[in-house]
Design a protein around this ligand. Structure first.
Ligand SMILES: Cc1cc2nc3c(=O)[nH]c(=O)nc-3n(C[C@H](O)[C@H](O)[C@H](O)COP(=O)(O)OP(=O)(O)OC[C@H]3O[C@@H](n4cnc5c(N)ncnc54)[C@H](O)[C@@H]3O)c2cc1C
Length: 480
């Protein structure tokens, strides 16, 4: 066993919520260690290639127009600022995110490769100590209080002793090892949403794709094709859908891959979405990013199940790229450029906190006195039962945003520990909203500031004065 490390705050998981939590804690005076098992920070945003940050702005999806304009729209109210907006600004400044300084589109299209570097810079500038390639596997406890975490890396085993621990693992691994209660999946059967591996196809001739669509305009819909042509002529983001005929032909020929875990392809959902990517200040129409539901009925906490599904999903990605090459105009000379090194897990555990964020809170735009931020992301639930139904998207109601209460970051009956990211305390449907990247960043910033206050005051996060927390968050750019 190596010598113990001693810190004010340890953040476990350097993904979407974790790097933000670490920056926030360090900027508020804490000595912070950020522990990440992968070799880069950003998690699902970077290693997962999920390159559309939703939603710093209220996400309207009720009309097709709103849905298809998410990457360019500034129309609805922006509800998330803070470190999330700072990240967008830093990315825009180096040509790595589509948009303008100081405000975000509904879905910020960004370059995951440069995001890794921008996050590194922001974390180092804040004075965070980073430990990559290190797995945290167990909370160290004194009665019901977490006093640190046991880590394992190339050097061996070591404990980090910390006044406050923040679990940003996505799965709530550390909270569960500390005895936290949790729920998984749909209440009726605990099944979780399908998994995906984002992939990118290079060598695309999108002008040929659009030309063929224009020649067959009735088959694709004139409004849709006109919108695509206009976006292309202005260098704007666009979304390719609607190759139903090619998909049906490929299905007949046995050329369309079957997602893992089901017996039948569902043409309505399994084509997925293809979008040109953004790099160095331009939409790169020659490369498209693909998001398809690829594996069903997988409990991603079970590593045996996850391994099988991941190998199968990579096979689906390779075969989807073949399908595109063979059937989609403009893809004749294309190739599979990359698959995400991190598998896309939409949901696993939801840790039970002092309050459980509810569907009604989201749908009614609920406000809370212990608010630590806002969120306006839709409830985004992918069909669990094999993709028979399209993705269920429900907009946030009321004023278009809801408050994120501090209590959803506090695991019930456990001291010394905060949670942030997709495992925060929420019911199944509400999690479909808070799990989006903006929600994860809001919870990360709040947890980081709260941890710093608790560490400095020698108190547990549960004892933090919420008014002081809110005051600091507002001073640091958070909208409450
Ligand atoms: C396929 C897919 C598509 C999506 N599409 C969108 C979208 O278009 N827009 C949007 O806003 N959101 C989208 N989301 C949701 C969103 O991206 C994620 O929910 C969010 O990024 C999760 O953030 P997180 O901080 O909870 O976890 P992550 O970003 O996954 O970070 C968790 C980190 O913890 C590390 N870790 C885990 N366990 C340990 C451990 N024991 N020790 C050390 N490190 C550990 C992991 O390596 C990882 O880096 C999508 C999600 C998926 C899966």
């Amino acid at each position: 066993m190596l010598k113990d490390l001693v810190k004010d705050v340890v953040v476990i998981g350097g993904g979407t919520s974790g790097w933000v939590a670490a920056v926030a804690a360090a900027r508020n005076g804490a000595d912070v260690l950020l522990v990440e098992e992968g070799s880069c920070l950003g998690g699902t945003m970077t290693a997962g290639l999920v390159l559309g940050l939703c939603s710093l702005r209220h996400q309207g999806v009720k009309t097709n127009k709103k849905f298809s304009q998410q990457e360019i729209s500034y129309a609805d109210e922006q509800v998330v600022y803070g470190i999330a907006q700072e990240f967008v600004d830093r990315m825009v400044a180096v040509g790595a995110a589509y948009g303008k300084q100081g405000k975000a589109t509904v879905r910020v299209l960004f370059d995951p490769e440069i995001a890794k570097w921008v996050i590194d810079q922001m974390v180092l500038e804040a004075g965070v100590n980073v430990l990559l390639c290190t797995k945290a596997y167990q909370a160290v406890m004194e009665n019901s209080r977490v006093t640190g975490v046991r880590l394992k890396n190339g050097l061996g085993l070591m404990d980090v002793k910390a006044k406050v621990t923040i679990d940003c693992t996505g799965d709530g691994d550390i909270a569960v090892s500390a005895g936290a209660a949790y729920e998984v999946g749909r209440p009726t059967d605990n099944l979780t949403q399908p998994l995906s591996i984002y992939f990118q196809i290079g060598g695309v001739n999108i002008d040929r794709t659009l030309k063929v669509m224009k020649e067959n305009i009735d088959a694709y819909g004139s409004d849709y094709v006109e919108a695509l042509l206009e976006a292309r002529s202005k260098g704007l983001p666009l979304t390719l859908l609607g190759f139903r005929r090619q998909m049906e032909e490929a299905l007949k020929n046995g050329d369309f891959p079957l997602p893992y875990g089901i017996k039948q392809v569902n043409p309505k959902t399994h084509f997925g979405i293809a979008r040109p990517i953004y790099k160095n200040g331009k939409i790169r129409y020659e490369i498209t990013s693909h998001n398809i539901d690829m594996a069903y009925y997988v409990n991603a906490i079970d590593t045996f199940q996850l391994t099988k599904a991941t190998i199968a999903m990579r096979d689906v990605a390779v075969r989807m790229a073949e399908f595109y090459r063979k059937y989609i105009p403009g893809y004749e000379d294309s190739y599979l450029l990359q698959t995400a090194s991190m598998v896309g897990v939409r949901e696993t555990r939801r840790i039970t906190g002092d309050y459980i964020l509810k569907y009604e809170d989201v749908i009614q735009g609920q406000t809370f006195t212990d608010a630590v931020g806002r969120n306006g992301s839709v409830i985004d639930i992918h069909d669990i039962d094999g993709g028979e139904k399209p993705i269920n998207l429900s907009e946030v109601g009321g004023q278009g945003w809801y408050h994120v209460p501090y209590r959803i970051l506090l695991p019930r009956n456990i001291e010394g520990l905060l949670i942030a990211g997709r495992c925060v305390s929420s019911d199944y449907l509400a999690n479909g909203s808070i799990r989006q990247q903006a929600g994860c960043m809001v919870t990360g910033q709040a947890a980081g500031v709260a941890a710093a206050i608790a560490a400095q005051g020698g108190i547990s996060p549960r004892e933090v004065n919420v008014e002081e927390l809110q005051k600091r968050l507002v001073l640091q750019g958070v909208l409450i």
